[in-house]
Design a binder for this molecule. Structure first.
Ligand code: B12
Ligand code: SF4
Ligand code: SF4
Length: 259
């Protein structure tokens, strides 16, 4: 299969943009990459994006935002699987990159590092450049893109990497972050971001349960499980997703007028 054929297929499956990166280009941008975990002898990455739209991301409701995000992840997985199956049928070992979960859980990474960094891979595939908010900024969709992709041992013709940054350091993302997790130097405090993003994530649940186990009375346990806080844990953990912050994505003004 050729790059052009794969890219046409991705767009026909409703991706909003798609690009191809060589292994070398990706490893230059992300030197800690472990592509052989994905596919032994990997040679190329195909990366695609879906525009988040404006309605859900601008909604004040985290339920609305999360619902929209979950179905975008389903779509990214659907597109990835179709491309991967076509590559496999053509004789190339191919694996899809998780757009979110599952992710390796270890004490070192704290479940915060995927096997392939999609934003770095997207930069290597010519889909944009990382902004100060550490998100991929695309010329047409700005920061409002969700990314998916695959790794293959097929040697595919790569796309050129964009030369110019699209971020003008306007600092809107820095100002918008409710927990000051984005530094003016573009460093992101991933732990502060995680705490704010997942109030009903695993780490808070562990803390709550540990506190109750140490000091809670039967009455405290009863109060806990009969409270919306616990119901929110139940929902977040059963869905595997409950993002509560989109501020650095929605604050970025790049390309908003083009969408
Ligand atoms: C885990 C994860 C998170 C974690 C941690 C992110 C992280 N590592 O920076 C948390 C929950 C904090 C998070 C937050 C967000 N995420 Co997120 N996330 C991911 C995920 C699944 C993996 C990220 C990854 O593996 N990066 C690889 C590492 C090597 O690169 P890095 O992120 O630059 O990490 C460096 C440092 O940050 C630091 N570091 C990173 N993690 C950790 C952990 C520990 C313990 C330590 C000490 C250091 C450290 O070390 C790394 C090497 O220098 C990706 C999907 C994917 N597979 O790429 C989505 C992804 C990056 N997220 C995305 C988005 C949009 C968000 C949020 C806006 C939340 C939201 N509402 O969706 C925020 C944005 C935060 C920001 N401004 O950077 C999008 C980005 C799209 C785009 N246009 O760029 C992605 C690509 C999902 C997708 N499929 O579209 N995310
Ligand atoms: S997702 Fe929210 S908490 Fe995390 S860096 Fe962006 S604005 Fe800050
Ligand atoms: S909001 Fe401004 S500083 Fe932040 S990434 Fe977008 S253009 Fe860059």
């Amino acid at each position: 299969m050729h790059s052009e054929e794969l890219k046409r297929l991705a767009l026909s499956l409703d991706a909003d943009c798609v690009g191809v990166a060589s292994r070398e280009a990706y490893e230059r941008i992300e030197p800690n990459a472990k592509l052989d975990v994905m596919v032994a002898g990997a040679k190329s990455l195909v990366i695609f994006g879906i525009w988040t739209g404006a309605g859900a991301i601008e909604s004040p409701s985290t339920v609305v935002q999360s619902q929209h995000l979950m179905i975008i992840y389903d779509e990214l997985n659907r597109i990835g699987l179709k491309l991967a199956r076509d590559l496999e049928r053509a004789g190339h070992r191919t694996s899809t990159i998780p757009p979110h979960l599952p992710i390796e859980m270890s004490k070192e990474t704290k479940g915060l590092m995927g096997p392939v960094s999609l934003r770095h891979a997207a930069e290597a595939a010519g889909l944009g450049k990382l902004g100060l908010n550490r998100l991929l900024i695309n010329p047409q969709f700005g920061a409002r893109l969700r990314l998916g992709g695959l790794v293959t041992d097929a040697k595919l013709a790569p796309d050129p990497i964009l030369s110019e940054s699209l971020c003008d350091n306007c600092m809107e993302c820095v100002k918008a972050c409710p927990v000051s997790a984005i530094g003016e130097d573009g460093k992101v405090d991933v732990i502060a971001c995680t705490r704010n993003n997942f109030p009903y994530g695993l780490s808070n649940l562990i803390k709550r349960l540990a506190d109750l186990a140490m000091e809670g009375s039967p009455e405290d346990w009863k109060k806990f499980i009969k409270n919306p806080e616990f119901w929110n844990y139940y929902q977040a953990l059963s869905l595997g997703l409950f993002y509560c912050c989109f501020e650095c994505q929605r604050a970025c003004p790049v390309a908003l007028q083009k969408q």
